[in-house]
Design a binder for this molecule. Structure first.
Ligand code: FES
Ligand SMILES: [Fe+2]
Length: 416
């Protein structure tokens, strides 16, 4: 039951907050500087990470209503998600099996069949090839062998993970390491999808590093989050996934939900600790997603997907907004103001730093980047990227994730 673990974590956070202490990594970690700009490594990351491990691509609420679908461009591949009237979620390569044309051009909608715009083949939303245009002229073909390429998918905790490899033998349970059961505490399966904002950023790891530490918050975000916001994060790990909380207790603070301040429950008995407050903070999902709470216009989260772009120096960020209840009236105005603010902060503060890194680092003569003992989340993230890229096969990946899942101890803020 995730409540017990959330209480355990909250107790750990509050104890540190009251004592004015934190946890540190064992040592400073030296990241090769080239890992931010090496083109060959970027290609290996596409193949070794993005085309092999389950990716959190959508929230269940994005595929609402009968015959909902959604398409996405992810790491050079086009993906089609569908939900049939049977409620079953499916994922496919968004490619017609006749010549490979992108089958569905729309980003989302509700449709139970898709007709290819090249020669008119028609597919059902369960992937079956329903009809070959001018079939008599075309000739005999076993239609059952030419359905859409189906991808492994897992819908859990109101979230949807997809593997971009039809032949994958990845073990979802080993990869998730129980983290989806923690995320289930939000109840996303009952939440409403509100909107998505998409914008460009620097290298995906440069961009993602900013979601993994609070060290920069009072400095870079001094005009937005404020100079008194915490610079300390506590990290709780499940396999490669990490939850971040602030071991600080500050009343009425602007970053309360986003950064995971727990002052509202600090002096209450544990029996009164509510799930909403205990889920505050940042929930990162390997390799490239961050889920952070906010309260403007109602209870909500911003799910940020930082997807690799066409080159090593480009990424695409989708900020997906989910709310416990779709806001209306003044709440909607307030929610939109919050979304504007998040997008502004990320683009003009975080990603501006990222572009500056890309400009300066390659020719600087700096050969490594020292990640501090207070940057445990970044240390672990880069170590996980290296381990996953180095794995030879899905079997190796499964062994890696199983071994990490066995080692999960919560809280395990100091475990490497
Ligand atoms: S490519 Fe789709 S019908 Fe020919
Ligand atoms: Fe930031």
């Amino acid at each position: 039951m995730s409540r017990e673990k959330l209480v355990e974590i909250a107790r750990h956070v509050i104890d540190h907050g009251k004592a004015g202490t934190m946890e540190q990594a064992d040592d400073i970690y030296r990241l090769p500087a080239s890992s931010y700009y090496d083109e060959a490594l970027f290609e290996k990351e596409l193949q070794g990470i993005f085309h092999r491990v389950p990716l959190l691509l959508a929230a269940s609420g994005e595929l609402a209503g009968d015959d909902a679908f959604k398409t996405m461009e992810v790491a050079g591949k086009s993906v089609l998600l569908t939900r049939g009237r049977d409620g079953q979620l499916r994922a496919f390569m968004n490619a017609c099996t006749h010549r490979g044309v992108t089958l569905v051009g729309a980003e989302c909608g509700n449709r139970n069949r898709f007709t290819c715009r090249y020669h008119g083949w028609t597919f059902a939303n369960d992937g079956r090839l329903l009809a070959i245009a001018a079939n008599d002229d075309y000739g005999d073909l076993d239609r059952s062998a030419y359905g859409l390429k189906q991808l492994p998918v897992r819908e859990s905790a109101g979230l949807i993970w997809v593997v971009l490899n039809a032949d994958s033998t990845i073990d979802f349970d080993a990869f998730l390491a129980g983290y989806d059961q923690m995320l289930a505490a939000f109840g996303f399966d009952q939440w409403d999808y509100v909107s998505t904002r998409t914008f460009a950023g620097p290298n995906w790891k440069i961009a993602y590093d900013g979601y993994l530490e609070y060290y920069h918050i009072p400095v870079l975000h001094n005009a937005t989050f404020g100079p008194d916001s915490t610079k300390r994060g506590l990290y709780y790990g499940w396999g490669p996934h990490q939850h971040i909380k602030a071991p600080a207790l500050q009343d009425g603070y602007a970053g309360t939900e986003v950064l995971g301040y727990l002052q509202d429950i600090a002096d209450k008995p544990e029996s009164e600790w509510d799930l909403e407050t205990m889920t505050y903070g940042v929930w990162t999902v390997f390799p490239c997603t961050s889920i952070a709470s906010f309260a403007g216009g109602g209870r909500g989260v911003m799910m940020s997907q930082i997807l690799p772009g066409a080159t090593v120096g480009e990424s695409v960020t989708n900020q997906v907004y989910l709310m416990e209840k779709a806001p209306v009236g003044d709440d909607l105005v307030e929610a939109n103001r919050q979304f504007d603010w998040f997008q502004e902060v990320v683009m003009t503060e975080d990603y501006a730093m990222g572009y500056s890194i890309q400009q300066s680092l390659p020719g600087s003569g700096i050969d490594h980047l020292p990640l501090g003992r207070n940057e445990l989340g970044n240390q672990r993230f880069h170590q996980w990227c290296a381990k996953v890229v180095a794995a030879q096969s899905d079997e190796d990946l499964n062994a890696l994730f199983r071994a990490a899942a066995q080692g999960v101890g919560i809280p395990n803020a100091s475990a490497g």
